[in-house]
Structure formats: C-alpha cells, structure tokens
Write a protein that binds this ligand. Structure first.
Ligand SMILES: [Zn+2]
Ligand SMILES: [Zn+2]
Length: 332
C-alpha cells in the first residue's frame, strides 16, 4: 500500500510503498477514504512532539470503511463507514474509568506513536471506531475527529450556553470550527481575534459577530465571560487574562509553543478560572458527526483544499511553502 512515511523528524515525509498491516485480535483494518492534515502533523515533522516515534506513518484524522477484522466477533463490522478516534487508551486507568479517556495515563496516538491514516490502510483497535451517520461524507467525517471534536470538547467542558457571549483567539482550523459549533449552540455575541484578514473573513462567514486583528485592537473590549484560546503561547494567554472579567473562564486549547502563565491575585479576588482542554472523547466525535448529519455545521467552509496522497509530502515539507488557509484533506 502507499503511505506517507516519515523516517525521522526534520526530514521531508515521502510516499512509500509498504506492505499493508494486518489486524490482530480486537483490531480492524480500515480502507482509508479521507484523512485530514493537522497543524500538529507539522509539529511532528519539525521534531516538536516528544511523544512521536519514528519511522512513522502520519495522519490522525481518519475516515474510511472497515475492510478486515482480526476477531471473529467483529466480522459483522466489515463494510461499515467509520471515523476513528486517534487516541488509543487503556480503558482501565482512573481517568478512563471516570469517562475522561482523553486524559488516559497510558494514551498513545495513531499517527504519533502508532502508524496513522495517511495511507491506503490503517489498523486500529475496534473500540476506536465510530459509525458515520447517513449523509456525512468521508472528508467531513475525517475532520470531525479532531478539527471539530477538539474545540467541541473545550466548549462542552466550559459549560457555555445559548445567549452567553464569548471571545475566541485564533481562527485557524480549530478556531473556525469552534465558531460554527458555538453559533449552532446559539452562543452570542462571538468575538474573534486573528491577525490574518482571510481568517477574520472566514470567522464572520462562520457566524462571528465582531472580529479584530489583535487582542489590543478589540473594539470596546467585550468583557465576555468565556474566552477560548486556540493559539496557546505565553504572550496570547497573558493578554487574554487581562481581558478576563470577574467570574470569567479562560479555556486554553492551542499548543502553539512555550507556555508560561503568570497571574496576579485577581485569580482569587475575581474568582477567575483558567483551564486547559486536550483532545476529545468518543462522545465528542459522535456529537459533531450528528450535528454534521443534521446540517448544523458547514465543514466545507473549514476545508481549505482537498489533495491526493502524492501531493501530501509538499503540504507537510518543513521547507515547503506556507500552507493555505483552512484544513487540508487528503483523499485516497
Ligand atoms: Zn490534530
Ligand atoms: Zn486509561
């Protein structure tokens, strides 16, 4: 099979022909139909993800069809269209037992530790597959598994509800999906900060009420009770903390670089909450797929371009051109 193979960090990934993997007990083999390229794939190529193991087939936003099952009891799954939760968890640790699988103490990612889905076939644990509802195309289902499920996890944990306002920092793949999810929830007003004009335009199209290039340029700083940061570097977090009103909550979702957060005692006096949000659970992916099936989201707007596997190395080459706006989806 053809696969996007990364020998070692700082090298250009290349498409290679390698034997297709076989599913063992409790595993299924997926014929991949669509797989997203995530900003964190670029981090792996740049050597910035210490968890990554090499050589590695990249790709953790995976949708396809179950094609082979390693266990007798899973034969009935063959032919099922599925999305994949890329986080392989133990199912038994304290966090897994408390339904917080994204915090599993033994979590390992497909496309990070194990071979991922930028390939014709990928083998995954049977319990990592999630059925795709009728009417959701594979390229939408692929980005449901991370680009949408990650912001949804943060939105759900924040407890924000219809009629409340919020501020989002960063309208890249995740931020833009967040605007769509918040709009669908009836949240508003939604203010968005992003230095890129095309990102601000996309945010308005997705339902943002108010956009600006910098936090300091926000017209009438909105003092909204919920702030979501999809950038995740010290500088943005510090400027967002200054805006956070008494009783407000800052949810940090981005992992953009070194992060050191300093707070004064307004944390206590103003009862501010600062929280992190990582990845998602199966339930988060199922929620997003359901909203896509109901036509409540606009995944086509979040997809910047659709390419072939042969075009994927250039899209990930550290020395290559800047990637275009929006998610890149590879169609096998
Ligand atoms: Zn990702
Ligand atoms: Zn666990």
């Amino acid at each position: 099979m053809e696969a996007l193979y990364l020998h070692a960090p700082h090298q250009a990934p290349a498409v290679r022909d390698i034997p297709a993997p076989l599913p063992g007990p409790g595993q299924v083999r997926i014929r991949v139909v669509a797989a997203g390229i995530c900003g964190s794939d670029t981090h792996i190529v740049h050597g910035a993800n210490p968890a990554a193991r090499f050589p590695l087939i990249l790709g953790h936003e995976i949708a396809g069809v179950v094609e082979k099952a390693g266990s007798e009891e899973d034969q009935g799954l063959i032919g099922m269209p599925v999305a994949v939760n890329f986080l392989i968890t133990c199912g038994t640790c304290r966090q897994c037992a408390a339904q917080r699988s994204s915090l599993c103490q033994r979590r390992e990612g497909l496309g990070i530790v194990h071979h991922g889905g930028l390939a014709e076939y990928v083998v995954v644990p049977t319990r990592n597959i999630i059925p795709i509802p009728d009417g959701v195309p594979f390229d939408h289902a692929a980005i449901a598994t991370d680009a949408y499920a990650t912001p949804w996890h943060a939105i759900r944990k924040s407890g924000i509800s219809a009629g409340e306002g919020c501020l989002l920092n960063g309208a890249g793949g995740l931020g833009l999906a967040a605007v769509q999810l918040l709009s669908a929830l009836g949240v508003g007003p939604i203010a968005v900060v992003d230095p890129r004009p095309e990102a601000r335009k996309a945010a308005v199209d997705a339902g943002a009420d108010n956009v600006s290039a910098k936090v300091s340029e926000l017209q009438d700083p909105p003092l909204l009770p919920h702030i979501f940061d999809f950038v995740g570097i010290s500088e943005t977090i510090s400027s967002l903390l200054e805006l956070l009103p008494a009783g407000g909550q800052l949810s940090v979702v981005g992992l953009g670089g070194p992060m050191t957060v300093q707070m004064d005692n307004s944390l206590v006096r103003d009862e501010k909450t600062v929280t992190g949000s990582y990845a998602f659970t199966d339930e988060d992916i199922s929620y997003v797929l359901q909203k896509m099936a109901e036509g409540k989201l606009n995944p086509d707007q979040a997809i910047g371009r659709t390419i072939s596997l042969g075009e994927a190395p250039a899209a990930l080459d550290p020395a290559g051109p800047e990637r275009g706006y929006g998610r890149t989806v590879v169609r096998m």
